[in-house]
Design a protein around this ligand. Structure first.
Ligand SMILES: Cc1cc2nc3c(=O)[nH]c(=O)nc-3n(C[C@H](O)[C@H](O)[C@H](O)COP(=O)(O)O)c2cc1C
Length: 303
């Protein structure tokens, strides 16, 4: 088959293909650019950026688990001003879309970052209201419909780019949160962030992570993520970016069949630095195998 179409649209922004990097697992692309041709990616979703520098959580920040990992990095970053000055010019050298992930401890902090980014050369903004690793803000915004509406509505006032809201899986009914985000103005949703977890060192009788608890990611969470994408795709009309344990093209196709427009690769980058490119190749192979001419035709298309 000649040149299958991989192009997708997220809130009016065209991506050359559905493959993106999951926030916090690919930095701003610099570290990976010697392994991955960033021109090949649909978008780079960068690490979380806050209004001022955050130093993150005490170590250890990472623990391996069966089929995944726990992290409690705590959104360490140099702050939005440094990010705009150093990372955007780097990424703009490449023919890929830039999606900036925004963190905050208060609504005001989220708004400050959105306002600064509104003058910067970025394509989309992704609002992280779902991080389990910070004491204030983060997940507390993402698990309560009233808070979701409030933070999304406020940020939307400052944001010039289309706004993606990133949902937490640590809720009973993900569709209620998704509907609240969309009714407050989210142009797209991404899901899922990590699942709150914990691991204990039985010899020291202490939690392994310095922070006590952390976020579980990797293949272990994929069935939960696919289920949530499936449910949310039926509940709202906006495009979805699906993520959670995507290791190869077949995993990505599962998310697209569940209803995702785009996919993001996270934890897989740590074990395989070229995971994003392998996922893209795997999607192309699947399209070839089943004679699919346009990736958009299989979205949510379960028999
Ligand atoms: C080390 C690490 C750091 C992360 N940092 C962020 C972040 O800054 N902002 C965010 O929205 N999600 C963050 N995430 C969540 C991922 O973007 C993704 O939603 C989650 O890990 C599920 O995908 P995966 O199983 O492919 O990793 C982080 C995940 C990991 C493992």
């Amino acid at each position: 088959m000649n040149n299958p179409t991989l192009k997708i649209q997220i809130a009016g922004v065209e991506l050359k293909n559905p493959v993106m990097t999951a926030s916090g697992t690919f930095g701003s692309g610099k570290e990976y650019s010697e392994f991955v041709d960033l021109n090949k990616l649909g978008a780079v979703i960068v690490k979380g950026v806050s209004s001022t520098a955050w130093k993150g959580n005490p170590s250890p920040r990472i623990a391996e688990t069966y089929g995944g990992m726990l992290n409690a990095v705590g959104l360490q970053n140099p702050g939005v001003d440094v990010f705009i000055k150093e990372d955007i010019p780097f990424l703009r050298q490449y023919d890929t879309k830039i999606i900036v992930n925004v963190s905050g401890k208060t609504i005001q902090e989220y708004c400050e970052v959105a306002e600064k980014l509104s003058h910067a050369d970025v394509d989309l903004v992704e609002l992280n209201i779902s991080c389990p690793n910070v004491k204030e803000g983060g997940i507390t915004f993402g698990t309560n419909t009233a808070m979701v509406e409030q933070v999304v509505k406020e940020v939307k006032r400052y944001c010039k780019q289309p706004l993606i809201v990133k949902l937490s899986p640590n809720v009973t009914d993900i569709t209620e949160i998704a509907k609240a985000a969309v009714s407050a103005g989210a142009d797209a949703l991404s899901l899922i962030n990590t699942l709150l977890g914990m691991a204990i060192d039985i010899h020291k009788r202490k939690p392994i992570l310095g922070n006590g608890m952390g976020g579980l990611s990797g293949p272990a969470i994929k069935p939960v993520a696919v289920r949530m994408v499936y449910q949310v795709a039926k509940a709202v009309e906006v495009p979805l970016i699906g993520m959670g344990g995507i290791m190869n093209g077949e995993d990505a196709i599962e998310f697209i069949l569940a209803g995702a427009t785009g996919v993001a690769v996270g934890t897989a980058n740590f074990t395989n630095p070229t995971a994003t490119i392998d996922v893209l190749q795997g999607i192309e192979n699947y399209m070839q195998r089943y004679g699919i001419g346009d990736i958009n035709t299989i979205r949510g298309n379960l028999r």
